[in-house]
Design a binder for this molecule. Sequence first.
Ligand code: SAM
Length: 381
Amino acid sequence: MEQVTLTATTGFGLEAVVGRELQRLGYEDQQRTDGRVTFTAPLDAIARCNLNLRSADRLLLQIGKFPASDFDAYFDQIQDLPWERWMPANASFPVNGSSHKSTLKSVPTCQGMAKKAIVNRLQRVYSCELDETGPDCAVQFELRSNQCTIWLNTSGEGLHKRGYRLKRGVAPLRETIAASLAQLSVWNRERTFHDPFCGSGTIAIEAALIAQNRAPGFNRQFACETWPTYPQELWEQAREEAQDKIDQSECMPILATDNDYHVLNAARENAARAGVEHLIHFQEHDVSELKTQRMYGCLITNPPYGERLDDVDEAEQLWTELWKVTQQWPTWSVFVFAGSRDFEKIVDKRATRRRKLYNGPIECTYYQYLGPKPPRIPASI
Ligand SMILES: C[S@@+](CC[C@H](N)C(=O)[O-])C[C@H]1O[C@@H](n2cnc3c(N)ncnc32)[C@H](O)[C@@H]1O
């Protein structure tokens, strides 16, 4: 099968999470840089990765990589790339990009030149005018230290758009971040999960998808699915593979609570669209009234941050309330994704580990408080 070079783009700090997801898909040999994981794989990886990656933002197909420190070389190199291998004559191809530490600084000029070079190439190959009424083949370039990399976006809309979250609460978390939070914790399908500020249910839904090994992109379409140059049967095979690997066996409970009745209804509808409503117990509860008999669970949550100044006290009070509750649950591990203000100071307890992550443009910290490990059950029982 033809080999392609692919780049999964990620939020800063999530490269290793995406790298591990790719390893599980069988793509071991990878190069991780800031916000990117690049790897070479057979052609079917485009369909498999788009469907299965949980924490990546987009999957880009590398078309070329070359030194470019003057406009002539930049134009010629782009014109020489085999665009027709991927783009049909009616492809629609907006061009976007960025430039860092490079002689070619003007991004609008580079955009315009790349567009013209691709138009020249396609007109020559197809011998027709390009009406751009067809498939979405968005082009992305990056100039870094006079090295240009140019890709086609195979995903289209960001991979966080799973298709299930039509209703959202206030300040919803990106689905890709929610999936990372679950994967960066010690939670697995054999431990109880609880999000006490579940909002539209994103973390619980992503946990349920992970628990059943369901492909997060199963219910959406991807740009490359409309390219006549990419074999349809590879999508069919990837969807079949995703269907076959769903694990329906029983897992530990996934609990999602919030004190807002309306947002819980939205969360239930989102979970139903994701096909996991039967796995999540949604309940209306104020954080202060939570109790549990369960042992060795994982609490993973994104409490209100208090983005506005007048909300700050209220948010900090809720953090204190949450901490008081979890102190009654000594066997649990607690993971809190909060704004950059110091959660540790408010609750007066140093985290086992903290990670800087981003929710869109907002810098956040993921505080991890590890509880004891669950006892091993002897294999004979
Ligand atoms: C930042 S949002 C969570 C967003 C969620 N992660 C999502 O993706 O939609 C915080 C949630 O905390 C809930 N909340 C606020 N005060 C609460 C309280 N005292 N007890 C329980 N939930 C509360 C709000 O209703 C809101 O849904």
